[in-house]
Structure formats: C-alpha cells, structure tokens
Design a protein around this ligand. Structure first.
Ligand SMILES: Cc1cc2nc3c(=O)[nH]c(=O)nc-3n(C[C@H](O)[C@H](O)[C@H](O)COP(=O)(O)OP(=O)(O)OC[C@H]3O[C@@H](n4cnc5c(N)ncnc54)[C@H](O)[C@@H]3O)c2cc1C
Length: 505
C-alpha cells in the first residue's frame, strides 16, 4: 500500500515532532507539513521516559552524544517509590527497567517472592535483584561497554522544551515543513473524511492523512470528527499537577532514577536533569485545593519561604473511543492520558505511530485495519492504566481520605482482578502472562516489583527456614556488584557525551 501522499500534523509538542520524525524516516518521499499555533504553548512537562525513547533515537539513527547534551538529559535506570505503603518492609522500593542480564537473577527474585507469599521472611526488595536497581544505588550510568555480552535497557530524563526544539530541527532537516499557524476549522469531504484544515490567517491546508497532536484540545479527532472520550476517573482520581523546578542540590552527578514520593493526596515527582531538577505534585482536586497542593509541594521541597514561581496544570485521564477514525490519527495527549506515574506517555506515542505505519502499509484506510489498530491501542491504554491503578489500590496509607478511598473502591478491570487473585493464590505470574499475553502490558518482573515493593505478603509464619532465601543462596549481591564494576559513573558518562558533542561542534 502506498503511504498517504500529503500528511498534515496538527500540533508541535513532543508528540507532534516525534510523529513528524518517525513518518519522515519511514516514508521519506511523502509531503509532511506540521502546523502549530505559536500562541498555544506546549504542555511543557513530560521529562521522564521508558526505554522506548532509546529505541526511538535508535530507529532514527541519532546518537546519545548528539541529543543528550542539547536536552540536558540524564540516564534513568529506575523509579524509586517512596512512602506508598507503610506496611511494606521498607519505606521505599525500586522499579528498575529490566535488562537481559536480569535473566541470571530473576529466578531468585521470583522464588523469594513465592516463598515470602508462603510466609518465609526472605528479602524481596526488587532493587537488590535487578541490575538497574544496583546501578541506580551505585550512581552508575546503565551504559554497558561494547564488549559487555548483554543488552541493557534504560530510559532518560530530559528537558521537554529542548527536546521539542531538537526534534523540530531534525524533522525540518528531513524535509518536514513547519508552519506556525493556528488551526481554526476543518473542511470535510462528502464521505466525512477531513479534506483540509483552515488557519486563522485564511490558509487552507489540504491533506490525505491528518495526525491530531493538538494535546488536550483534541482539535481534529474529538473536535472535528466528534470521536468520544472514555474517562478513567473512576479509578484514577488525580486530575491536576503543580510544578516547581529547582536547582540541583547534590554536588555530585544527578541520580540515575526518578523519585515518586507519596504525599497527602497524590504524589510528587523528582526528575534530575543536568541543569535543574523537575518537581511536580500530581493530585486530585476532589481531595485537595490547588493552593493547598502548592503549599504542600513547597513544604516537600523545602521552599516554603521561597517565591520561586509555581505552574498549575489540569488534566483528564482516559482515552478516545477510537484512536484512528476516518483519515485522522490522534497521537499524544490528543489520544488520551494516563497519569505520569510510570512515565508511559511518550512510550504510547512511539507505539501508536509505529503500529499505525505498519497497519497502514498493509491495508490503507480500510475499516478492518483501523478496527484492529484501535483494538490494540485501546487495550494498551487499558492495561497500562491497570498497572497504575494497582499502585493506588494496594497502598496501605491511612493518613487521608484520598488514600483510604483509593484502596476502598472496587473499580478494577477483569485482567487486574485476575492478576491480584493470582498473586494472592500463590500463582505463577510469569507462566500465566506467557499463556495469556492480553492479561497485562507490563512484565512479570514489573508486577513482582510492585507487589513485593508494597509488601503484599502475609505475616511471617512461626516455622521459618534458612534454606529458602535464593538471594543469598545464589550470591545475587556479589554477582550484581561484580557486574556493576563494568559501568561508568553517571558523571563520567555525561561528561563523555559533552566532550564528544564539543569535539563535533
Ligand atoms: C503533569 C504531567 C506530567 C507528565 N509527565 C510525563 C513524563 O514524565 N513522561 C512522559 O512520557 N509523559 C509525561 N506527561 C505527558 C507528556 O507531557 C505529553 O505526552 C507530551 O508532552 C506530549 O504532549 P503533546 O505533544 O501531545 O501535547 P502538547 O505539548 O500540549 O502540544 C500541543 C500542541 O498542539 C498545538 N495546538 C493546540 N491547538 C492548536 C490549534 N488550534 N492550531 C494549531 N496548533 C495547535 C500547540 O501549539 C502545541 O504545539 C506528563 C503530562 C502531565 C500533564
């Protein structure tokens, strides 16, 4: 199937420019035009990624030394969750990105979790079983030397505005036309497809395919085509954020992890960049006013006496009923949003665009292809939502109505119920997920991190045994320590990129 000849992308946030680069890379002969309204700012947050951003740059052939210094980026090996479950064995736990090397330690982690579910008091802290957890603890970058025989996955932290500029430059260099213009309406063909978008200045921009990247405005898919929105508010209560950047306080290199700290009515992120720390409090307005949230975040950051400005944002969680309808594809916030706890938004952008290109190449705008595509993307959003919902459902905090209500509600999808039931009945999550891949979008490793990190275990039994701790029996600590000797410090890894970038400038 020939790709669409004229592609119009509406919106120049991270989603718009990622889409422009991916389309221009895969369909280099097509005409691609991106329109963005200069007076409507991008959301300006979204500074942590999953390993899919690494894949995005690999697909485009862009080296880390090219983009990381420009975007003040740092490495991200882990998310550290602090204070989510007072009943857990420790106040914080890690959710490291899994790597190929974890094959050597994962059995010990799963076995200890199984034994702990059986009442044996063995270590189950995820960060002590998985390489990226060990690297994060040691302040090392997850950059394996070329001779290292395992593939190491990781994510990044970056300045969203600088990343947008970098991606715009790259897309324009590949021939994407950038038109700063506000879209005010759409012209429809008789069959209902969009024929063109009209700008405030009176230009009419025709296209065969329109990609709606207009953020929460959802101008084309929801606005012009009237596609509905399915809210996730029943079990994801958060709908606002307050953001306050700070200067790095630590003299050494930035941490190799995002920190997610539970507060009274939500949680605060700390995202360490090279130039600053991104901080924000994601909360539910049903439980906390905007002013109170700002005060609480200032207190958390030690900024009660500071007049550094705060920015307030509102959002809604959920997804569109169809991500691809007629000749319009929605990408980014225009297609939906699940709150940023696991930083999955750009991951969903990449997967949506890649999946669309594959489906389109197979069958163009045929209803069968669009249907299959929509089913896949809808399920992806729902299963990511399930994993996030579990963080709230399983919390053991009793300090505010917010946490109690999050634990008390019964709005759980069937797949999520099945996973929790499996865990409580001592089932084998890895085997069940392999038998039914539709059950979850996250790996068995991730589910073990979450469930073990929350201390979702029965009380220890009276008859303990000393032969059921596979962390000790398998020498996991010494193994990970030895492996981590191969990795550079975060400071060295970042300095190396900066030196390469300066040499090439
Ligand atoms: C509090 C919060 C924290 C987040 N944290 C993370 C994170 O850690 N990791 C992550 O992956 N994601 C995160 N996200 C999500 C992430 O910010 C977005 O997915 C990402 O920035 C992409 O946004 P976007 O491009 O879809 O929309 P936007 O950035 O809002 O861009 C919309 C674009 O559309 C344009 N536009 C709007 N209307 C018109 C019009 N009429 N005509 C022309 N152009 C128009 C605007 O000018 C702008 O260029 C977070 C989101 C929130 C709310």
């Amino acid at each position: 199937m020939t790709p669409p000849r004229r592609i119009v992308i509406a919106g120049g946030g991270t989603a718009g420019w990622m889409t422009a680069n991916l389309l221009a890379h895969r369909w280099p002969l097509m005409s691609i035009e991106l329109l963005e309204a200069p007076e409507i700012p991008t959301i300006g947050v979204g500074e942590g990624s999953t390993p899919s951003l690494k894949r995005f740059f690999e697909v485009l052939g862009i080296a880390e030394a090219e983009w990381m210094p420009r975007c003040h980026a740092t490495y991200k090996a882990n998310i550290r969750f602090v204070g989510w479950s007072p009943d857990a064995p420790a106040d914080a736990y890690s959710h490291p990105f899994t790597t190929q090397l974890d094959l050597h330690t994962i059995d010990a982690f799963f076995a200890n979790c199984r034994n702990r579910r059986g009442g044996y008091d063995v270590p189950t802290d995820p960060g002590t079983f998985l390489l990226n957890g060990a690297l994060a603890d040691a302040g090392k970058a997850p950059l394996a030397p070329p001779s290292f025989p395992f593939k190491i996955d990781y994510g990044y932290h970056f300045d969203a505005a600088l990343l947008g500029m970098f991606l715009r430059e790259r897309a324009v260099a590949r021939g994407v036309v950038h038109r700063p213009a506000k879209i005010v309406s759409a012209v429809r063909h008789e069959n209902g497809d969009i024929a063109a978008v009209c700008t405030e200045r009176g230009d009419v921009v025709p296209g065969d395919l329109f990609v709606d990247c207009t953020g929460f405005a959802g101008l084309l898919l929801q606005g012009a085509l009237g596609v509905g929105f399915r809210s996730f508010a029943d079990n994801l209560f958060n709908d606002a954020a307050v953001v306050i950047p700070t200067m790095p306080t630590e003299p050494a290199a930035p941490p190799v992890e995002t920190r997610a700290t539970a507060l009274s009515s939500g949680w605060a992120w700390s995202i360490p960049l090279q130039s600053r720390v991104g901080n924000g409090y994601v909360y539910a307005r049903g439980y906390l006013s905007d002013d109170a949230a700002e005060v609480e975040l200032r207190g958390h950051l030690g900024l009660l006496d500071s007049d550094v400005a705060a920015r307030h944002l509102r959002f809604r969680t959920g997804q569109v009923a169809q991500h691809w309808h007629r000749n319009v594809l929605a990408v980014g916030l225009a297609q939906g949003f699940i709150e940023p706890l696991e930083a999955t938004a750009l991951h969903l952008v990449l997967n949506t665009v890649e999946k669309f290109m594959r489906q389109y190449e197979e069958g163009g705008f045929t209803p069968a292809k669009a249907g299959a595509f929509n089913d896949t993307i809808r399920a992806m959003f729902e299963r990511v939502r399930d994993y996030i919902v579990a963080h709230y459902k399983l919390n053991t905090r009793t300090d505010t109505a917010y946490w109690i209500d999050n634990r008390a509600h019964d709005c759980l999808s069937l797949p999520l119920r099945r996973i929790l039931d499996l865990w409580y009945r001592h089932g084998d999550l890895a085997a069940e997920f392999a038998a039914d891949p539709d059950l979850t979008y996250f790996s068995a490793e991730s589910w073990h991190c979450l469930l073990a990190g929350y201390g979702t275990f029965p009380p220890p039994r009276a008859d303990q045994r000393d032969d059921v701790d596979f962390h000790r029996a398998n020498g996991v600590e010494a193994f990970l320590h030895g492996c981590s000797m191969n990795f550079p410090s975060h400071a060295d890894a970042l300095a190396r990129h900066t030196a390469t970038a300066s040499a090439g400038a």
